[in-house]
Design a protein around this ligand. Structure first.
Ligand SMILES: *Cc1c(COP(=O)(O)O)cnc(C)c1O
Length: 393
């Protein structure tokens, strides 16, 4: 018996219950259409909201900066020094988010797990929406404070949690801005009101809000007109910005403190210089024009209307995220397979990413889809919906 033989059984159990996820191989550049496992398919599952992942402007900026600076940053910034590009990106992001400063991390995941434990210590309380992203949940677990989870978007539940945490030294409320698997929004104006009442710090994870919500895609704080009232904004460069990296935006003191104390910044090597150069170009594109954001929303509205008319249950999304609710994990995986055979690339999202019994296909509409691409997808969905009896119309 090998020591890791139990993994065979675990893997078999995942396969038996329809929870084993397979990974497809992409053989082309990112865009509306992809070559996946040797076939051309319509891409409806990337986070490339604005099509920036393969943008000529980003590629040009990478080439210029690679020639000047090379690739690796070669160490943690407080130990090996920081490149001027890191600083330029942080200033660009602060300008874009309308905050005093920002701090870069290697990923959004790193930003969350570096920040929350740095701020929530023994004697403090962190209060978190039950559907927050896994990185937020993980970050809360890593903190030494008391953790309270409140029901999804439930303001009364949040109030109860704040009551429970009333005697803590500090309270931090953390919520996703856009919930990534449902596409609904956090009730941020109400959260901010309650936070003031209970003297709680507010942190919002804006991973799916940037490039999507607000003026020029500045994110959920801008969308609700709450500049100055949300203490900590976390973001990622891996979604609408089309690159990789994460950041925290906020006050000078917050950023200064995190630079000293967030372990995923302090002890981790800095992002590569070519990634950072690409990120700067991506933010600049958004600052210059909101054309892509407009296209994204036009496409999202058109496609969601189409899916609703076909009779699909697409949940309560308020954003370009389109969850096609299917319930059973095996039904969702069968649906995924049929979609691929029909020329549409989209993934079944099953437990543990969503609760058991709430499996779905999550579709991501982007600014690079053409009307005829979306019509093609609707035709494929209509056919499979009928074949599988998921929607009767
Ligand atoms: C994707 C995502 C993250 C993680 O960001 P990465 O940059 O991909 O590590 C964090 N929070 C939310 C809500 C996300 O959707």
């Amino acid at each position: 018996m090998g020591k890791l033989d139990f993994l065979k059984e675990e893997l078999q159990a995942l396969r038996d219950s329809g929870l084993y996820a397979t990974m497809r191989t992409i053989q082309s550049a990112q865009g509306a259409w992809l070559v996946v496992d040797d076939v051309e398919v319509l891409n409806l599952c990337s986070n490339n909201y604005l099509g920036l992942a393969n943008s000529p402007k980003l590629k040009e900026r990478v080439r210029e900066n690679m020639n000047r600076f090379g690739i690796g940053a070669t160490g943690a910034r407080l130990i090996s020094g920081t490149n001027i590009l890191h600083i330029e990106l942080e200033q660009t992001l602060a300008r874009f988010k309308r905050t005093q400063d920002s701090l870069l991390f290697s990923s959004g995941w790193d930003a969350n797990i570096g920040t929350i434990p740095a701020l929530v210590e023994q004697g403090d309380t962190v209060i978190s929406d039950e559907l927050n992203h896994g990185s937020v949940i993980e970050a809360c677990r890593l903190s030494r404070g008391q953790r309270i989870v409140y029901p999804h978007r439930d303001i009364n539940g949040l109030k109860e949690a704040l009551e429970k945490g009333k005697d803590a030294r500090r309270r931090l409320i953390v919520t996703d801005g856009v919930f990534s698997l449902d596409g609904d929004l956090a009730p941020l104006p109400e959260i901010v009101e309650l936070a003031d009442e209970y003297d709680a710090i507010v942190m919002v994870d804006d991973a799916h809000g940037e490039g999507v919500l607000g003026d020029h895609g500045r994110g959920i704080v801008d969308h609700f007109g709450l500049h100055g009232r949300v203490d900590i904004e976390m973001g990622t460069m891996s979604k609408a910005f089309g690159v990789i990296g994460g950041y925290i935006a906020g006050s000078k003191e917050l950023i200064d403190y995190l630079r000293q104390r967030a372990r995923t910044s302090l002890l981790a090597s800095a992002p590569t210089l070519i990634d950072v150069a690409a990120c700067i170009a991506a933010v600049e594109i958004l600052e210059e024009s909101d054309e892509l954001v407009g296209k994204l929303w036009d496409n999202a509205r058109y496609f969601k209307d189409g899916m609703r008319s076909l009779g699909f249950d697409i949940g309560h999304s308020e954003t370009p995220i389109v969850p096609v609710m299917l319930g059973d994990a095996k039904v969702a995986q069968d649906f995924e397979r049929r979609l691929f055979e029909g020329g549409v690339f989209a993934h079944a999202i099953v437990y543990p990413m969503v609760p058991i019994g709430e499996a779905r296909i999550r579709l991501m509409v982007s600014a690079v889809h053409k009307r005829e691409d979306l019509d093609f997808a609707l035709t494929v969905f209509e056919k499979i919906g009928r074949e599988t009896g998921v929607c009767a119309s």
